[in-house]
Design a protein around this ligand. Sequence first.
Ligand SMILES: [Zn+2]
Length: 500
Amino acid sequence: MKKIHLLYSFWVLLIFNSCVTDRESENSFYLNQINRIQLISSKTIFFAENLQEDLNLTVSFFDRDNRPFLNNIDVPYEIYLGDSVIKEPKLDLARPGKYKLRVMFPTRENTFSNEVEIEVVEGDYISELVLDFSNETRNEFTLANNGTYDFTLRAFGPNGEIPGVQEQIRRNLSLKAGNLNTNKLTGIAIEQTGLIEVQASVFGVNSNILKINSRSDISYPIKEFQVVFHVFSNVFNPTPLQIETQINMANLAFGGGVRSSFRRNLNAVDAGFRFKLADRNPDGTPMNTKGINRIFTDKIYQDAQDPELLGLKFNSIWDPTQYINVFVEDLNSMGAAGYAYLPFLTSPVVGGLSPILTPDTELFYPIMVALDFRLFNGQYRDDNVLAHELGHYLGLYHTFQDCQTGDFCDDTPSHTLPSNPSLRFSNNRTNCLNAPFISTNFMDYINSVDNFTFDQKERMVKIYENALFMPKDLNKPDARLKPFRRGQLDPSIKPIICNF
Ligand SMILES: [Zn+2]
């Protein structure tokens, strides 16, 4: 009888109390099926402060057969904190202590949810605050006033990382970066130079300190080189426009004008080198087609590393103290888009290039850059291969060189190529300390590139000034007037092959 009476009063209440829409009466029918309520809270730890914080609860309902249902129906449950009903799904954060949370469906008996224990704690509950670089701005080097850092901050307590407290942390954060004080973790501009210490503090608890080496960019007069593209008569005949496009893209890259879809690198610079198509032959006569030298051969070389082809190129190279020599080849057999020979130095000004040779050394290897012809006719879509190869030509290694010496540039994180082939060209890299970062460097194998860094520029400038066979700077006509002498080819000198 009692049950019937309750059911009756339930219906009366509903009919009496509300404008009964079809939807509501349909709901109330289903509400009677509720057998179990499940409560999950994404946050269980709250810091005591004079604010309220959203509870962020997930309430699910199950029927007698333990099937979830009613997800799209507004169920009028009540939230209990201890034995009291709280009006809003918010928690008053003023009083530290342990609390039990439950929800109850009020129109039936005994349909309480499970209990969730939550705790309002003081700041000293935090045993560790871990400050880190965001993946996109992970770099211990920066140029002053050259982009902004983002940081991440995680709080740890006695049971590990404290979940769901990011909003409370953000509200109570102070971040010190050198002489800058802010309450933000993102968009942090470093304006000072020198060793900058970055530390966060929340509820009086201090994080670890990140150290950033901030430097000023150095600008040098622009160095400009003339470039000749050697084309074998039986491989591919590029149009003047295709050649011009390659040079323009390299100039854009070296001038710092390329933009990727990612955040601008903190160490990105105008690398200070520019390139123009040669308009005169080595004997001083005007070229038939600006920048293009055609080499006649009736032999087709299937193997790009054929020793005979190597000899042909060595003997075809124009004076390397006047021109950058670019060979347009079929590199299909190498599986490469390009390759380049590293320079030799007359003085040990940088690491990673040896042996050091005397200035009167005769040319003994084909100092050159090669591009696959498919980059010209649109079969390969990559705008920045020439810039990458010119980077090698000017003495840069791949950023993924290795984890011991790296690439001899401090501001490019040391890393290796991922072993998983599907991640080979991904901008999401992992550095040698196993921390993820976003790479956008021209000297990495990635889809989206946009920068040479300050240290890469410094390395290229030092190398240029001390290299054995490098063209004179067109903006400095008296430089490198000593004519080169072609000596004996040493086929053991190998290029860096770039398997994009
Ligand atoms: Zn390469």
